[in-house]
Write a protein that binds this ligand. Structure first.
Ligand SMILES: [Zn+2]
Length: 337
């Protein structure tokens, strides 16, 4: 190594001390939560679209003819896993940990959400997926016995920050490619990638189902609907947009099955319905001759009015981690640690 003279050493040290840390690695200051709630409270709820996942799936199916057969195979594996679980022929796996990467792509300062806001979202995911969410006791008696701890937990792996001149990203996955000004996916077979960027068009978030392209695998959430503190917009300020989208990423469908009363969500213990519920629905809400489970994370109610997954949904999500499941990489990676 070249020997530094004392003046050179002093200059080097001064340079090191005066050099500002990279903006892309430091957390920005959190926006005042109460101020944000007032400033960004949504009043035009009619123009909001809670989830763009099914439209994105349609586009991907049109673009990739083999996707449907891949998803059909995954569905068969999922149903076989559920049957084996029912008959007790296979034991369940332990708690599954999901390393989570958050890509923050921002144009306006408030979109560069602070670390604490990201951590608040991870906390919500862990509460919602383990049935330790503080609002769990609001479930009506009819459904209370169906609520289950999924035993899936989330661990913040890393935060990637990137500024952009683009103000809206839409739902065509451009935010997932650095060549288009976004941020590249990182190992989607062993990590959940979440892109936090302004989607626009009133869309809160969207996800990609198992079986689709690994280069775009993950979920996308607009920043003001991510987490419970900092830059947040009521009534979608309790982190439930991410809970809903991670549900899709783990192969859950919307609870009404995205069709009329004859369409199912492939889950036995959720009631049939013919469409989403909005706002904060009163119990009971009757559709298709039964009470809707409006408080399920996979409906469209406001954040404060959804607080449960069912046992059937738990089995469906855990099926993706089975030895022949599409997300088995997460289990293999944790065993190899
Ligand atoms: Zn959805």
């Amino acid at each position: 190594m070249k020997k530094l003279t004392i003046p050179a050493l002093v200059i080097s040290l001064l340079f090191f001390l005066s050099c500002p840390a990279s903006k892309d690695t430091d957390s920005p200051i959190c926006m005042d939560t109460e101020k944000s709630k007032t400033l960004y409270k949504l009043t035009k709820i009619d123009s909001i679209k809670r989830c763009g996942t099914m439209e994105v799936l349609e586009k991907h199916m049109a673009r990739t003819p083999t996707l449907k057969s891949r998803m059909d195979t995954i569905e068969k594996q999922c149903q076989a896993f559920i049957e084996l679980r029912k008959t007790g022929k296979i034991t369940d796996l332990d708690t599954i940990t999901i390393p989570t990467i958050v890509h923050v792509i921002y144009n306006k300062d408030q979109e560069n959400i602070c670390d604490d806001q990201i951590i608040s979202q991870i906390k919500v995911l862990n509460q919602d997926f383990s049935k330790t969410n503080p609002d769990i006791n609001q479930i009506p008696e009819e459904f209370a016995g169906l609520s289950k701890n999924t035993r899936i937990r989330f661990e913040l792996d890393s935060i990637i920050r990137k500024s952009s001149t683009r103000t809206e990203w839409g739902t065509d996955d451009q935010m997932k490619f650095s060549s288009n000004g976004g941020s590249d996916v990182i190992d989607s077979s062993t990590k959940l990638n979440i892109w936090v960027c302004n989607i626009g068009g009133g869309i809160l978030g969207y996800a990609q189902f198992p079986g689709d392209d690994p280069a775009t695998d993950g979920i996308v959430i607009s920043p003001q609907f991510f987490g419970t503190k900092g830059f947040i917009s009521p009534p979608f300020d309790k982190g439930r947009t991410t809970t809903h989208e991670v549900g899709h990423w783990l192969n859950l469908r919307h609870i009404w099955g995205d069709g009329n009363c004859s369409f199912d969500d492939f889950v036995d213990d959720t009631p049939l319905s013919d469409g989403p519920n909005f706002g904060c629905p009163q119990y009971p809400t009757v559709r298709c001759n039964s009470n809707d489970m409006t408080m399920n994370y996979m409906d469209y109610a406001e954040d404060a009015c959804m607080y449960m997954f069912t046992e059937g949904q738990k089995d469906r999500m855990r099926a993706v981690f089975a030895p022949d499941g599409p997300r088995v990489g997460f289990v293999e990676a944790s065993i190899n640690l």
